[in-house]
Design a protein around this ligand. Sequence first.
Ligand code: SF4
Length: 393
Amino acid sequence: MSDFATIDAKVRAGTRLSEDDALLLLRHPDLPAIGRLADLVRRRRHPHGEVTYIVDRNINYTNVCVTLCKFCAFYRRPGHDEGYDHPLELIYEKIRETKELGGVQILLQGGHHPDYDIERYERLFSSIKANEPIHVHGLSPSEILHCCNVSKLPLSQVVERMRAAGLDSVPGGGGEILVDRVRKLISPLKTMSDEWLGVMRECHRQGLRTTATMMFGHVETLEERVEHMRRIRDLQDEAGGFTAFISWTFQAPNTEMTDTPMVGGFDYLRTAAVSRLFIDNIENFQASFVTQGIDLAGVSLAYGMNDMGSVMIEENVVSAANCECLANIGELEKQIRAAGFAPRRRNMFYDRVDEQGQVAQRHHDPFWIERSGHADGRPAAIEEQFATLQAGA
Ligand code: SF4
């Protein structure tokens, strides 16, 4: 049986928390005490007083989708008047603007478009690399599996071909809650839990780093939140490829679940802090200023978060649900300083980068180095940047 004092002692001793411990914390009334514990763990893992962020742009290449998730305000069915599919030229233009603003990657995600097979994705990635090279943090497990289905190809081959064409890393989109009871209620046509985890496992096996996400505050129970975190922790024990854990709260407006009461800042802070305490094998935890606003994201830096996420030059998915808490670089850095930290720009691998996006200081992730057979490899473009920097030093 868990109690707060025992959990406190476990955290101080660096002992892994059980699912019962996490559940007790999610129900515990003393939010500041949970925050202090999460802060202690963050300081242990990140002792240099820095909070990172990335400058990037979300490019949602199409909003056409056949998967019809009930929580999604972004998609349009095939044939809908407001459906779009960006031409390559428009994508290049968006990347050019991103690079001019010091952006280091694009987050390339879209709907499950019935025409997107492997050849289409290969064209997309390789033409980006040929015309406007940039780190492509792209798709999500469910888009990758959709591509397998459209192309009638096995997962390993699809990941291999996408990687060869220019996919550099994979965001954890579509994680929602990794419990099939929940997924059947909110997104019955989408990947189920084992499939989502299976794609991530295959990506890690092939040397592609990914992030892990959790969208909470809808139909899930607290036990199911804990199960989600446990499944992420288990896969990280096995494969080690997650660079960060990012949680955010469900945004109901304009979705089929518009009547669902949305959770507030207390629940966000508590859940974010518990994720830092329970998932002890992922280095980085991102604040969600897009759903919580910049001020609460600043507060979350005292609840275990060490990264402010991305200065998004463009965001289309949660803004479709009337949630438009965007921030520019100045506002983000001001919030980080106000919380008592030094702001640092980064890339996907948490290397520190300068204002032009060049790698200034390399970062080594202990979990990846320990578990991966891929050593500490980066995509070729980053390796080149780093070699140039060393040659000039
Ligand atoms: S969340 Fe993704 S898969 Fe689901 S409807 Fe929206 S765009 Fe389609």
